[in-house]
Design a protein around this ligand. Sequence first.
Ligand SMILES: Cc1cc2nc3c(=O)[nH]c(=O)nc-3n(C[C@H](O)[C@H](O)[C@H](O)COP(=O)(O)O)c2cc1C
Length: 188
Amino acid sequence: MIQETLVTTLNEAGQVHIAPMGIHVTDNALIILPFKPSTTLTNILASGVAVINYSDDVRIFAGCLTGRRDWAVKNAVQINGKVLVNTLAHSEVELVRIEEDAVRPKLICQVIHQANHAPFKGFNRAQYAVLEAAILLSRIEWLPWEKVDSELAYLRIGLEKTASAVELEAWHWIMTAIEARKTKVTNG
Ligand SMILES: Cc1cc2nc3c(=O)[nH]c(=O)nc-3n(C[C@H](O)[C@H](O)[C@H](O)COP(=O)(O)O)c2cc1C
């Protein structure tokens, strides 16, 4: 199973870095798979630890991909790391093994502490739509425009039926970034 999470890491100067990452969940490990080059990868290799945040605030996912990375954090409990304030739960993990790969290494981690902070309130289609749109934005350079446009048209249906102001704001940030990219490509 792959869970869409927000991974927080610290660089050697102690500055926090937040990145949306799809974490592979197995019976006894959480596997982080960063595409090279990656600040998350550099930070985990240097520190040996990370925090995996399970947040339903999709503005953080959309924000990280559109230059809005300044989200409130607090200290982790068992590791030198930071936890997002706006998260339902989090896991603090230690790196136990690396499966090297030229494109996308596997960072096999074990959970050393986890905590719940707020109840899960159920699934929401607008949150799903924002996550999918954020993934489209993160791959925009490789995808044909027809695919991007048709997927966004479909995702917009669930968004418009079920969004709160939070999802609408996150969607707006992503659409603005996609439009800017389109203009750049069109104008050379
Ligand atoms: C829902 C979602 C899941 C993502 N999963 C991954 C992932 O598993 N690995 C990855 O390298 N980038 C993933 N990305 C893209 C990264 O978040 C983004 O490119 C990031 O800024 C790059 O990593 P860095 O910040 O560590 O340099 C994902 C983006 C979204 C929106």
